[in-house]
Design a protein around this ligand. Structure first.
Ligand SMILES: *[C@@H]1O[C@H](CO)[C@@H](O)[C@H](O)[C@H]1NC(C)=O
Ligand SMILES: *[C@@H]1O[C@H](CO)[C@@H](O)[C@H](O)[C@H]1NC(C)=O
Ligand SMILES: *[C@@H]1O[C@H](CO)[C@@H](O)[C@H](O)[C@H]1NC(C)=O
Ligand SMILES: *[C@@H]1O[C@H](CO)[C@@H](O)[C@H](O)[C@H]1NC(C)=O
Ligand SMILES: *[C@@H]1O[C@H](CO)[C@@H](O)[C@H](O)[C@H]1NC(C)=O
Ligand SMILES: [Ca+2]
Ligand SMILES: [Ca+2]
Length: 403
């Protein structure tokens, strides 16, 4: 957004120089006397005057333009890091987005959103549904610059006990994902379920946009064959995306000192929990080690706000060996004087997290000593708790032999 400004600045600079020399030769007095004193033809003086007006006009326009597109977002260096973690392969790049670009949505709801190639296979004897997210094509551009940073979320309704995410592909409208996800689901349940595949555009400093989605009534699928097909994405249905809010925090790990520092910065668009249409949010920062609650700290309560600012820092002793097994659970709560406090939303990070959370954790580990801040969308407590409980009990095999 600031890229436009320098161009006009450089063009005004030479004219501004002539401007100052012109004004120093102009002495006070009557205009005619003035014009006579200056040993320049009248047309030249008029030209200089016109030039001064033009420069002033350009300056005013520049100031207006700067005010209008003044972004509040923090600027961060663009980074492309290589990480080696389970779940994220060495060749994938994280932190994919250059911040300044605003995420513009073009066009109307009926615009084409692109196509998705997926595969489906059900093994009845193992009650296992394997979903392959293969590739997408002709995706709709969500970012200024005419590109998107696509990734795909896969889940099954009505239970939505597990949500998988693919890796993010940066600045492309035809990503090749080639990822397999496995769901444990019995045959009768399969008959009553719907699979949802949503293609999102990743944005580092703002909410991720849905590019489009596919909904598949699983009772209509012929499971005698492996399905593999292209389908056009449609507009995402709004009703199901309950917005719990977003939270921004920074993570810093210093391996030599065995210190993990979590700074809870702020939250926004939190769900209203109280009758007055507001909430009294506070944040719990919890460490879970080997499925046991290990350490816990909480922020202060911010009264009656849906956009609290905390800037509260917590430091934990975590050895390098522990950091690879620990789970960091961040939950946002609504404080109530008279009744039990309600949970608004939750997320967890760690080497076995997925998607955006795994990326943030990986960024932290691959940048020791440097605080890494990122926004996260809160998930429902039930969803996160069920995922946390499942960890280490059901191992999900990420076999790639299908591809
Ligand atoms: C990472 O890549 C290697 C080969 O490049 C492959 O053998 C391995 O299965 C991949 N791991 C994951 C989790 O994708
Ligand atoms: C289902 O899984 C079982 C057990 O692993 C395997 O023997 C069988 O071949 C699989 N069936 C299909 C159709 O892939
Ligand atoms: C799926 O449900 C329909 C009715 O909703 C039923 O007729 C059919 O037999 C069921 N199929 C299986 C495999 O359970
Ligand atoms: C939803 O979950 C419940 C309990 O976890 C299970 O009994 C039920 O069969 C599931 N329903 C579907 C359609 O998956
Ligand atoms: C956040 O807290 C740190 C340390 O407590 C302080 O140095 C910093 O100025 C605070 N930032 C803001 C914007 O208040
Ligand atoms: Ca984007
Ligand atoms: Ca409250």
């Amino acid at each position: 957004m600031t890229t436009k400004a320098p161009r006009s600045n450089t063009s005004t600079r030479p004219t501004a120089g002539t401007n100052s020399t012109a004004t120093t030769t102009a002495a006070p007095g009557f205009i005619d006397g003035l014009l006579n004193k200056i040993h320049l033809p009248r047309w030249a003086i008029y030209a200089i005057f016109a030039l001064i007006c033009l420069v002033l006009l350009v300056c005013i326009l520049c100031i207006c333009a700067k005010c209008c597109c003044k972004g509040k977002k923090k600027r961060k260096k663009k980074q492309d890091q290589k990480i080696n973690m389970k779940g994220l392969n060495g060749s994938t790049t994280t932190s994919l987005v250059q911040p300044g670009t605003d995420d513009v949505e073009y066009g109307s709801a009926n615009d084409p959103r692109g196509r998705l190639l997926y595969s489906l296979e059900y093994n009845a004897s193992r009650s296992e549904l394997t979903v392959g997210i293969k590739e997408a094509a002709a995706l709709k551009a969500m970012d200024a610059g005419g590109t998107s940073d696509p990734y795909v979320k896969v889940y099954i309704l009505p239970n939505k006990s597990k949500t998988y995410e693919t890796k993010v592909f940066r600045k492309t409208l035809q990503p090749v994902f080639n990822e397999l996800f496995k769901f444990q689901i019995s045959q009768p349940d399969l008959n009553e379920s719907m699979m949802v595949m949503q293609v999102y555009d990743f944005n580092r400093f703002s909410k991720h946009d849905v590019i489009g989605e596919l909904r598949l009534q699983l009772s209509t699928v012929d499971w005698n064959h492996v399905i593999e097909e292209w389908r056009d994405l449609s507009e995402a249905s709004k009703f199901e995306q309950e917005n719990l809010g977003e939270i921004c925090f920074s993570l810093r790990y210093v391996p030599t000192a065995s210190k993990l520092t979590v700074v809870i910065l702020e939250a926004k668009n939190l769900k209203k929990m109280d009758h007055g249409g507001s909430s009294d949010p506070y944040v719990k920062v919890q460490l879970v080690l080997d499925k046991k609650k290990w350490k816990k700290r909480t922020t202060s309560v911010k009264k009656k706000t849906l956009n609290p600012y905390f800037n509260e820092s917590f430091t934990f002793d975590v050895t390098f060996e522990q950091i690879q097994r620990v789970q960091l659970v961040i939950s946002v709560w609504d404080h109530d004087k008279m009744s039990r406090n309600d949970a608004i939303g939750k997320i967890f990070l760690g080497c076995d997290a997925t998607g955006n959370q795994l990326r943030h954790w990986a960024d932290m580990l691959s940048n020791p000593r440097r605080p890494m801040a990122q926004w996260h969308s809160l998930l429902s407590t039930e969803q996160v708790d069920s995922t946390l409980a499942l960890k280490h009990t059901i191992k999900i095999p990420f076999t790639n032999k299908g591809f």
